[in-house]
Write a protein that binds this ligand. Structure first.
Ligand code: FE2
Length: 268
């Protein structure tokens, strides 16, 4: 993952995930105003001057057009294109319709700065768990085959590997082996990045960095068997991509939690 110290990244990406906005601008998730949390994380991310952002799902909590409009307003502060994926709390068609225009884009892939970014929909209507449809796997395979000379990063909402938290791993991608069969055919893939788990996670699998990232609101306790909140501030992940195909990455968090988490919260 390390790049040469003299290299300058060709692209800096801010991954912003699990924003959980409501139609009501004062809507709260387990006590936190998700809109206020997102605004503060966006301000933090903007200080690093990313070239683009990727929003990896659960962008609204209630799948309402009003929530997506609020999201557009928050993301416009970044002043860069934001590539959006749906999560299990979103409704894909509503998300794509409401986010048309403005800073948000919904697309299957992007070629930029010599890299290919591939966006995979892992949502299943009516389910909190993830699955990658055969059509998505075929598209991933063919996009990677068509741009084999470009180093690639693959993005999705659900974790394609177990992260060691039993309750969250019941909602992982249920066909991760098929997903990695495709990834393994394309050695130019350098990272797979997801949201959903509301926590930082980093693991190396062959040449591929496996990365999950904090939510912009509530955090879940790593390694927990059952639902548990981690009382650490929200954040986002930055990724610097280099022309030699290397990636450096890290997580930045706010200094404090913006608000008070409901001490009676027992579920999500
Ligand atoms: Fe979420």
């Amino acid at each position: 993952m390390a790049a040469g110290s003299n290299d300058i990244p060709v692209l800096r990406i801010a991954q912003i995930t699990d924003t959980h906005l409501y139609a009501d601008p004062d809507g709260r998730l387990l006590g936190l105003n998700t809109r206020v949390c997102l605004q503060q994380v966006v301000q933090l991310a903007a200080r690093r001057h990313p070239g683009i952002a990727v929003a990896t799902g659960d962008l609204s909590h209630d799948a309402s057009p009003q929530a997506y409009r609020l999201l557009q307003g928050c993301f416009s502060e970044l002043q860069v294109p934001v590539y959006c994926l749906p999560g299990n709390h979103d409704e894909g068609a509503a998300l794509r319709a409401a986010l048309a225009g403005g800073p948000c884009h919904s697309t299957g892939f992007l070629h930029t700065a010599g890299w290919q970014l591939v966006f995979v929909d892992s949502t299943v209507s009516g389910s909190d768990g993830g699955h990658i449809a055969d059509s998505e796997l075929q598209q991933l395979d063919s996009l990677l085959a068509q741009a084999a000379e470009r180093p690639a990063v693959v993005w999705l909402h659900h974790q394609p590997v177990a992260i060691g938290s039993r309750w969250l791993d019941t909602m992982a991608v249920d066909n991760g082996a098929a997903f990695f069969q495709v990834i393994d055919r394309h050695p130019q893939v350098r990272a797979v990045v997801w949201g959903h788990v509301h926590q930082q996670f980093e693991q190396q699998r062959k040449q591929v960095a496996l990365l999950a990232s904090p939510s912009t609101c509530i955090q879940f306790l790593p390694g927990s068997e059952a639902f548990a909140i981690d009382p650490v501030p929200p954040g986002y992940r930055w990724l610097d991509l280099y022309s030699d195909g290397s990636v450096t990455t890290g997580v930045e968090r706010l200094n404090t939690i913006p608000g008070r988490i409901d001490p009676a919260a027992r579920g999500y």
